[in-house]
Design a protein around this ligand. Structure first.
Ligand code: MN
Length: 242
């Protein structure tokens, strides 16, 4: 059997990203982040089923786009995340996507159940562009436990995401995509911040969102600044022991 082992140039950063997403309140015991393999583009790297704040380098496993394990694992590796199909099917349909975060971050949840798009309320969320996508699992398969448990559901989610950066999942959470670990972490954090602020603004009255052009310009400007935030987030999670 041929195997694809984790891309060592990305493992440390992926572990740090897991810790950062917990520290920043995006994930708790659940939620996950993956990155497309640097040299085997039809595989991605994701922790085994572990609380993100507890992930270490040896937890990182490679999967093919169908969600099958393709790297060697041992007894220290737990079972895979049930929802790894979110990642594989988005990587399959979006060649531009190099990293994916799935979370149940709380401020986003009300949007998914009311049909309101997340829209950029300030420059930090310019990546939201003309708004988030919405996925309703019931539309595709009727009543379920709400989880993306197989490739079919992953494909339906990826179709709902379309070309956008963020898809809300009714009664469940959201999934955010980016072109690097740093960018997707930034987007997941600011999707949560934007949701909280948008809820506050909507309660006050009519909201003026960034225009599509403002959103694009702001997103491009922010992309050049992510490193500054990343360094701060990294400092907060401290030295990572393997
Ligand atoms: Mn989930």
């Amino acid at each position: 059997m041929t195997t694809t082992e984790p891309d060592t140039s990305l493992v440390e950063k992926l572990v740090a990203a897991n810790r950062i997403l917990y520290d920043q309140g995006v994930v708790d015991g659940l939620g996950h982040i993956s990155v497309r393999h640097g040299t085997a583009a039809d595989t991605f790297m994701l922790s085994c089923s572990r609380a993100p704040a507890l992930v270490v380098a040896r937890d990182i496993v490679c999967y093919d786009l169908d969600g099958n394990t393709v790297s060697q694992t041992d007894e220290t590796n737990g079972r895979p995340y049930l929802e790894r199909f979110i990642h594989g099917e988005i990587y399959r349909t979006r060649p531009d996507v190099l990293a994916v975060v799935h979370s149940h971050s709380p401020s986003v949840i009300p949007f998914g159940v009311t049909g309101h798009r997340l829209r950029p309320i300030y420059h930090m969320a310019g990546f939201l562009g003309s708004g988030s996508a919405l996925f309703d699992i019931r539309t595709d398969v009727g009543d379920t436990d709400m989880l993306i448990r197989n490739s079919e559901l992953g494909r339906a989610l990826a179709a709902s995401l379309g070309a956008r950066t963020c898809v809300l999942m009714r009664g469940h959470g959201s999934t955010t995509v980016g072109n690097s670990i740093e960018q997707v972490v930034y987007r997941a954090i600011y999707a949560e911040h934007n949701a909280k602020l948008q809820t506050q603004a909507m309660a006050l009255g009519e909201v003026t969102y960034l225009s599509a052009q403002e959103a694009d310009l702001a997103a491009a400007a922010n992309d050049t600044q992510i490193g500054r935030s990343w360094d701060l987030w990294l400092r907060r999670v401290g030295k990572i022991e393997g």
